[in-house]
Design a protein around this ligand. Structure first.
Ligand SMILES: Nc1ncnc2c1ncn2[C@@H]1O[C@H](COP(=O)(O)OP(=O)(O)OP(=O)(O)O)[C@@H](O)[C@H]1O
Ligand SMILES: [Mg+2]
Length: 327
């Protein structure tokens, strides 16, 4: 992804993140490149342990250290080289330039504080609002995510799971970030509420021209929410492109497998059936293409040589030796 655009909100270059533990080194993210443009939603999809959350945490400089180590990379967020900022500067970046919705709403909320106060506090810290204004704006934010403002006085335990997640979204939206990172934002919700929250998020995003990274293992959510999609396998992007291109003209055997298993299984049980085999352990990655042990097209060469991420058609990339050879 060497192309540069005038409206880039985020550029991640050559990001490599390891976790050094007693069991060995988990190579969680490897030489990852990603670009998010203004107003666009990029989906990050992959099986469990593929490095999605680690990528997101890196953007906000929240990778726990130890055991996390940023081995290489450069991240430009809204024009700032974030690895060069001070901790104080990073505090301002989080919330104003980029905010993150975490998977589990309960861990993101303070059980001892009313939901209204939690939103208001964010506004006071990041927007410098006074007490009265922050309380008023917090109520407005609740209304935006579909919660009656009078419930601002209640505590998280008085809310259902779906409403808690809406509060988390309200907090993340409070400072109108340029980039919203949503890490499995609806996984903890039941299916009907999931659809509703996603619709609202999409609407809010469109109204504010925000950019978004949507992390999920659910291709249905990707199809609903995203303009572009990055498929990640064992810490590396293996296919990237516009949503329609990746879904209709799929290049990588892993993406084909993901799409196929979604369709196949949705008829029967309604959830994703993984491709045969499992994601390799990140401290014992196979040589060559990391997908080769599970790939039905694998050749001897695939066992030896790691393919590059190649632009096969304009804006559509695949990391596969078949693609390299134009097959
Ligand atoms: N704090 C940590 N200490 C050690 N290893 C970690 C830590 N956090 C993540 N890892 C490892 O890094 C790899 C990538 O984890 P990450 O959470 O980024 O994956 P993910 O794609 O978000 O998975 P999931 O879909 O389950 O959320 C995994 O192998 C995981 O075990
Ligand atoms: Mg995760």
């Amino acid at each position: 992804m060497d192309k540069h655009y005038d409206d880039e909100v985020l550029r991640v270059e050559d990001l490599t993140v390891y976790y050094e533990t007693a069991e060995g080194t988990a190579k969680a993210v490897n030489n990852l490149d990603l670009v998010v443009r203004k107003g666009k939603t990029v989906g990050l999809v992959g099986e469990t342990g593929s490095g999605k959350t680690t990528t997101a945490l890196s953007i906000l400089r929240l990778v726990p250290d130890p055991p996390g180590v940023i081995k290489s990379g450069k991240i430009i967020l809204d024009g700032m080289d974030i690895f060069t900022l001070t901790e104080g500067e990073m505090d301002m970046v989080r919330g104003y330039h980029a905010s993150m919705i975490f998977q589990d709403p309960m861990t993101a909320l303070n059980p001892l504080m009313t939901v209204g106060d939690q939103i208001a506090e964010t506004l006071r810290i990041h927007e410098g609002l006074n007490k009265a204004d922050s309380v008023a704006k917090a109520q407005e934010m609740l209304k935006i995510v579909g919660i009656p403002p009078e419930r601002a006085k209640e505590y998280p335990h008085q809310f259902s799971g779906g409403m808690k997640q809406r509060v988390v979204i309200a907090i993340a939206l409070a400072c109108s970030p340029k980039l919203m990172i949503a890490d499995e934002p609806t996984t903890a919700l039941d299916v009907t509420i999931q659809a509703q929250v996603l619709r609202e998020m999409k609407q809010l995003k469109e109204n504010s021209d925000m950019s978004m990274i949507m992390i999920t293992h659910d291709l249905g959510i990707i199809a609903q929410m995203c303009d572009e999609v990055a498929v990640i396998y064992a810490g590396r992007i293996i296919e990237y492109g516009e949503l329609r291109e990746v879904f209709k003209d799929t290049k990588h055997p892993y993406t084909q497998g993901l799409l196929h298993s979604t369709i196949k299984v949705q008829d029967r049980r309604g959830h994703l059936d993984p491709i045969d085999g499992t994601v390799p352990s990140l401290n014992k990655l196979p040589e060559g293409c990391r997908f080769h042990p599970r790939c039905k097209y694998a050749t001897e060469e695939c066992k030896r040589r790691m393919p590059e991420l190649i632009e096969i058609e304009p804006g559509h990339y695949s990391r596969c030796l078949m693609a390299e050879k134009g097959e």
